[in-house]
Design a protein around this ligand. Structure first.
Ligand code: DAT
Ligand code: MG
Length: 148
């Protein structure tokens, strides 16, 4: 089953949105494979956001993501990578439609509440950066028979 890396950013943790965000993915029918509250080191932040190294906002982005704890998660399910991106909404909350996470809870691009992998390649890379294999749990849920 496809897996993706999702993370409640420091603003979302401070604002008490962990439960709300977990709940949305649970209710959708996705299955949690791993989760932890953690601090991101400077090195991990720079690696995670490596694709944006040359962008003018890179320093700000690294400072922000290391500014407080994040809630890192791996979710699995059919088409979870693309569907989670849709549920997150556009990068800039100004453009994110209502009923998306950024549309409902964000106002500015710098503090947009949630991160999600944008492709199978980035999902694999980001899961590997944040989780050890033994931190991901394979288990079956009977309810999946009513989802698939
Ligand atoms: P996404 O998080 O939707 O995958 P991205 O990968 O393009 O978006 O950018 C990573 C993060 O960088 C994004 O969540 C917020 C920040 N960011 C993106 N564009 C920005 C900009 N123009 N100014 C400030 N921060 C920006
Ligand atoms: Mg991205």
């Amino acid at each position: 089953m496809e897996k993706t890396f999702l993370m409640v950013k420091p603003d979302g943790v401070q604002r008490g949105l962990i439960g709300e965000i977990v709940s949305r993915f649970e209710k959708k029918g996705f299955q949690l494979a791993g989760a932890k509250l953690m601090s991101i080191s400077q090195e991990l932040a720079e690696e995670h956001y490596g694709e944006h190294k040359e962008r003018p906002f890179f320093g700000e982005l690294v400072d922000f993501i290391t500014s407080g704890p994040v809630f890192a998660m791996v979710w699995q399910g059919e088409d979870v990578i693309a569907t989670a991106r849709q549920m997150m909404g556009a990068t800039n909350p100004k453009d994110a439609v209502p009923a998306t996470i950024r549309g409902d809870f964000g106002l500015t691009v710098g503090k947009n509440v949630i991160h999600g992998s944008d492709s199978p390649e980035s999902a694999q890379r980001e899961i590997g950066l944040f989780f050890k294999e033994e931190e991901l749990i394979e288990y079956s849920k009977l309810i999946n028979e009513w989802i698939y």
